[in-house]
Design a protein around this ligand. Structure first.
Ligand SMILES: C[S@@+](CC[C@H](N)C(=O)[O-])C[C@H]1O[C@@H](n2cnc3c(N)ncnc32)[C@H](O)[C@@H]1O
Length: 270
């Protein structure tokens, strides 16, 4: 007969199985909290309670470096909890800065926003809530769109329309702002194992990495929103700056993340 573990023993056993990760005990606890749908205090107060073996299936997944968010199906962004799953990029904390930058801009009431590459929906949903915005968002990945639609429904964000199309193809509306956190990693970049579980379409931006960013800049020149805001890679400021100037765009700035790395830009387009 297989050994049954109580909470205390299960955490110990799981921590051993997760010793390849940076903080095995913390990971073991987080997984158990998720598995039991209880908090850490509960674990401390019920150390003798028996744990179902199925917990160790989650531990096995995590030991293969599957991101915790894909296992728990949950991610926190801008103080809210969103559903997340494979096939969709896991929202990153630095993307919260893109929201902060949008909130600083001089936008009209109920602005019209286009988002290119909605992924899980986090940017559009937060902006629709905070700005009472009307949003049209696109993505080339139908599976990501399913996840975005679930989050849109959960947040009752009725003013977001999602279309399965590249860039803003087939969308003729005029927008106050175009926002995007597009894929911007260079195709040949060797990514860490945990990133290999995320969709390639959400990560890689081309041979150089900034191709999709530049296409979005070209699109903004044609579509003339008041602003274009995009997240970028830490080493992409110089070539992008050069590109903006070559294209006759002079009204722009770059913003940094909390680690003081270049992380995005805002262009005033007209
Ligand atoms: C880095 S993820 C960002 C997802 C989400 N907006 C976020 O910030 O977490 C980029 C998203 O853009 C989508 N994408 C890639 N190329 C695209 C294109 N040409 N047009 C529209 N969406 C695209 C990917 O499928 C992916 O969902």
């Amino acid at each position: 007969m297989e050994k049954k573990y109580n909470i205390k023993e299960a955490i110990k056993e799981a921590s051993l199985a997760l010793s390849n990760l940076e903080n095995p005990q913390k990971e073991a606890r987080l997984l158990l909290c998720h598995f039991l749908q209880k908090d850490n205090t509960y674990l401390l107060l019920h150390e003798n309670e028996l744990v179902d073996d199925k917990y160790f299936e989650l531990v096995k997944q995590r030991s293969c470096e599957i991101p915790l968010e894909y296992i728990t199906k949950n991610v926190s962004f801008y103080g809210e909890n969103f559903f997340i799953d494979f096939d969709c990029l896991i929202p990153r904390p630095e993307t919260e800065l893109l929201i902060d930058e949008v909130l600083r801009l001089n936008l009209p009431k109920n602005p019209k926003i286009a988002e290119i590459g909605i992924g899980s929906g986090i940017i559009s949903i937060i902006l629709s809530k905070l700005l009472n915005a009307k949003i049209i968002a696109t993505d080339i990945n139908p599976k990501a769109i399913q996840i975005a639609k679930k989050n849109i429904l959960d947040f009752d964000a009725k003013d977001i329309i999602v279309k399965n199309t590249p860039y803003l193809d087939g969308i003729n509306e005029k927008f106050d702002i175009i926002v995007s956190n597009p894929p911007y990693i260079k195709n040949s970049f060797k990514i860490d194992k945990n990133l290999t579980y995320e969709p390639r379409d959400a990560l890689f931006g081309g041979e150089v990495g900034d191709e999709i960013l530049k296409n979005i800049v070209d699109l903004a020149i044609i579509r003339k929103p008041k602003y274009l805001i995009c997240e970028i890679g830490y080493d992409q400021k110089a070539p992008l700056r050069e590109y903006f100037i070559k294209k006759g765009l002079n009204n722009f700035y770059f913003y940094k993340d909390l680690a003081k790395m270049d992380r995005g830009f805002v262009i005033e387009c007209n």
